[in-house]
Design a protein. Structure first.
Length: 345
């Protein structure tokens, strides 16, 4: 979520509020009553969560989560190294593969001031410091939710592409997950501008796009996700998505009323949408694990008191070998084989 902290939700509330809610009735998956484990060679399901305590919950290991996404300020290694170290150390101790996404500095108030966008040289310098400290990290995103109006990068896909190049230049074996845009109107144009800059100025191609499809998931619409898919030929990771239990503004106005069942349906919708495109989507990171008390943007699959919500059952079911998302790789292979056979006729 944009801002990189649990409390920073203002921009997301503003963006999601413009969508028209279509709160259709979907069937919730069956409750999991036995431990589930990820299947070797299956598609990857992870969590996006900045709390080190998440990795101590035995249910995370029980259902087979082995990767997590961390969002940090672009210069966090200089300004807040202890907070980063706490998460990184906890993740490594529990065998969690990190995906690190960079973000604006705390205190920014884009599109109003302050709204600071670092230069490519400044970003490269800070990334070099991070790499020196955490050389084992291999997965990066240059900027979190970069097309969001609350980000200094909202109208600067070119600058984010420059950050992409800086990461790829310093870490040749790393996987750089491009962009991380939100699935709002115009996402396709933003992505195309990013790819053009990366190709013309840096002679690089996007191999993987990150996408946050909160709008698609929580308003049960595929338009934003489909716009993003049409904008690129690259694979796509849903680097942040989830079912919103409750969404309030800073003034405590209700955007989405508290509804755990609706949030579970939204998460199921995101997973089903991913499974419908088996040759495009490769990973999904669910935001987030445990909700904070009185959280205005509440997406937790675990309640603040530790109770598993219906969304947890949806997530756990997605890890089962029989789930559509875990069978996506074999379905993609079958689809490509049929396409190749058709072309040969």
């Amino acid at each position: 979520m944009t801002g990189g902290t649990e409390a920073d939700r203002r921009g997301v509330v503003r963006v999601l509020a413009v969508a028209v809610a279509i709160l259709g009735t979907l069937v919730l998956g069956a409750v999991v009553t036995a431990p589930a484990h990820a299947v070797t060679g299956s598609y990857t399901v992870g969590v996006s969560d900045n709390k080190p305590s998440t990795f101590s919950d035995p249910r995370l290991k029980q259902i087979g989560i082995r990767t997590a996404r961390l969002v940090i300020p672009w210069n966090g290694i200089t300004r807040d190294p202890k907070t980063i170290a706490a998460w990184m150390d906890a993740a490594r101790a529990h065998g969690i593969q990190p995906l690190v996404a960079f973000d604006r500095t705390r205190g920014n108030n884009c599109p109003q001031r302050p709204c600071y966008l670092p230069t490519a040289k400044q970003f490269a310098r800070e990334f070099k410091k991070f790499r020196k400290k955490y050389a084992y990290v291999r997965y990066y995103t240059p900027w979190n939710e970069a097309n969001h109006p609350g980000q200094p990068t909202a109208k600067r896909p070119d600058r984010v592409a420059d950050f992409h190049d800086a990461i790829a230049d310093q870490c040749r074996k790393c996987v750089v997950v491009a962009g991380d845009p939100l699935d709002t109107a115009g996402v396709g144009g933003w992505m195309r501008s990013y790819e053009k800059r990366l190709k013309t100025e840096h002679r690089r191609k996007v191999g993987i796009w990150g996408l946050h499809n909160y709008v698609s998931a929580n308003y049960f619409s595929t338009s934003g996700t489909q716009e993003a898919l049409k904008a690129t030929k690259a694979d796509v990771w849903l680097t942040e998505t989830g079912g919103i239990v409750q969404m309030l503004t800073y003034q405590q106005a209700t955007r989405l009323e508290y509804d755990e069942a609706r949030a579970a349906r939204a998460l199921a919708f995101a997973l089903d949408l991913m499974a419908k495109y088996p040759c495009r989507f490769k990973r999904i990171y669910v935001y987030n694990w445990q909700a904070a008390p009185k959280d205005r943007f509440d997406t937790g699959v675990i309640n603040p008191d530790g109770r598993a919500r219906p969304s947890f059952n949806v997530l756990a079911n997605a890890m089962q070998a029989s789930s559509p998302i875990q069978q996506a790789k074999s379905r993609c292979a079958d689809l490509r084989a049929r396409q190749a056979k058709s072309r040969g006729k």
